[in-house]
Design a protein around this ligand. Structure first.
Ligand code: FES
Length: 240
């Protein structure tokens, strides 16, 4: 493939007089090389001070989310050969930069906590409650199970950009739906109350960016509409 220019946004808020700016690096790109590989090459050969997160390099841990050529992507699953001769890499949006491509995800995970994101067994359950994999009930709760909490939906969300901490965001709301839809869960009522409000599903603008960027094919915007439907059905006294 040959030379590719990688322009990386640099910023260190802890450094006096640091301003966001771009540094350019030329790398010798090889077939099947990913953007994450290119960042490692830069660290190894050109600038060891470049900061970014990663762990699994397999698209499973969710830690390498960043903006690549203007779109939120996982760096470890994005091949350079599809990006042209110049690649622009920026940190995720909607979250403060800690250094270079590393952002502070505290708000994302605090919002995750707000929806009571764990299964709560019904009080009368004294054994594991199993739903057979092939059943329709299982298909409902399979939705969103693949979420790797990468934060790409959160960083692309216009409602988060506008309202900041006042909106829970797509990932946490999708997680809430899975539990609300799980008939075995004992906290469905409480969880629906936690998210069926302006801070939750009624704060969604339905722009759909979360659906476009999710590397796992999850559709948070669709899920959010389903929660709204459950809220309406419960309000009318119908089965939800
Ligand atoms: S390094 Fe784990 S998802 Fe990219």
């Amino acid at each position: 493939m040959g030379d590719v220019r990688v322009r990386v946004m640099r910023y260190n808020p802890d450094e006096e007089n640091s301003e966001p700016h771009y540094d350019s690096f030329i790398i010798d790109a090889k077939k099947n090389m990913t953007v994450l590989d290119s960042l490692f090459l830069i660290v190894e050969d050109q600038d060891p001070s470049l900061s970014f997160r990663c762990a699994c390099r397999l698209g499973m841990c969710g830690s390498c989310g960043m903006m690549i050529n203007g779109r939120g992507r996982l760096a470890c699953r994005t091949k350079i050969e599809h990006l042209g001769d110049e690649i622009v890499v920026q940190p995720m949006k909607n979250q403060p930069v800690l250094k270079d491509l590393t952002v502070n995800m505290d708000t994302f995970f605090e919002n995750w906590q707000k929806v009571k994101p764990y299964f709560v067994p019904k009080e009368d359950t004294d054994e594991f409650s199993v739903i057979p994999p092939a059943s329709g009930r299982r298909e409902i709760i399979d939705e969103n199970q693949d979420c790797i909490t990468c934060g790409l939906c959160f960083q692309s969300c216009d409602a988060v950009a506008i309202r900041g901490d006042d909106y829970i965001g797509p990932a946490a709301l999708s997680r809430a739906y899975n539990l609300i839809a799980d008939e075995r869960d004992g906290a469905r009522e409480e969880r629906l109350d936690l998210v069926a409000n302006e801070e939750g599903v009624f704060g969604c603008h339905s722009f759909g960016a979360c659906v476009e960027v999710c590397p796992k094919g999850i559709k948070p915007m669709v899920t959010i509409q389903k929660i709204k439907g459950k809220k309406v059905r419960r309000s009318l006294g119908l089965k939800w």
